[in-house]
Ligand binder design. Sequence first.
Ligand code: UDP
Ligand code: MG
Length: 314
Amino acid sequence: MKMKLLSIVVPVYNEEANITCMYERLIEELSPLPFNYEIMFIDDGSSDGTLEEILALAERFEGVKYISLTRNFGKEAALFAGLKRIRGDAAILMDGDLQHPPELIGQMVRGYEEGYHQVVAKRSRTGDKRIRQMFSVLYYKMVNSITDVDLADGEGDFRLLSRKAINSILQLSESNRFSKGLYSWIGLSKKIISYENVTRAGGQSKWSFGNLVNYGIDGIISFNLKPLRVCFYTGFVILFLSIVYIGITFYDIMTEGIGAPGYFTTISSILFLGGIQLISLGVIGEYVGRIYNETKRRPNFLIDISNAEEYDEP
Ligand code: UDP
Ligand code: MG
């Protein structure tokens, strides 16, 4: 029987200090496995010696593949590029800063052999700043209550994907990628392995506080239209309240006469129109939202198994 191929996908951006060490640690874990392997480095437009390090490795070792992007497109895009060009029967996605311990590869591969399509290495938050821990707990509570996909803290990109999972991910070709949501969206069987948080080996994290906030917003926006709906409902509430207010004040005026002239008419028209405007914005929002979803061109479904071929119109 032909040996299966395992692809390791590593997006790197300014990681010159870590490439060689990463390679050595990977080899240590990969060579005892009953798999052929390829290591795919994606240089995400690094401005330091990262690419040179990779090229030097690729020259010496056949198992090293690489893609170099024309500029820094971000980790999500780099991963996508990598997934498109690997040939493995399964792939493991890892960071290039040794925060994802290669020692877990053995366990992940075992999960794959047991038949799981996704084997996720879930990291604990030990060593993270208290405040960041608190924010992430709150964030995930909120996201899970308003979006349609399940996201879990600590379950990031460090995971093994079967060929089927890889192909499913490749079908989601939207340009604004929120991969945590995508892994959850495709479904398929999943096994979780836990590990202790590790701090970066060298270089610097590319996440600033602002990046994290943006990432958080992406997480909410790319998986539902509920924020738009908030507008719609607020409009209804304001409209309802303004009608109640107008009714009561009108009754007062009829029974007790006008207090301050002009006040009633001004306030009631502002409230009433405000309500109507918010509702209209909500309606427009719904349409924009639909268009937004369509432009992503996500497939409407993914087939698990079927005994019928796709029907071609004659
Ligand atoms: N990375 C990338 N492109 C980017 C930013 C990061 O390919 O624009 C890579 C980076 O080299 C590393 C991984 O993505 O291998 C994770 O990045 P980082 O360590 O900065 O994130 P953190 O671990 O702090 O979440
Ligand atoms: Mg890191």
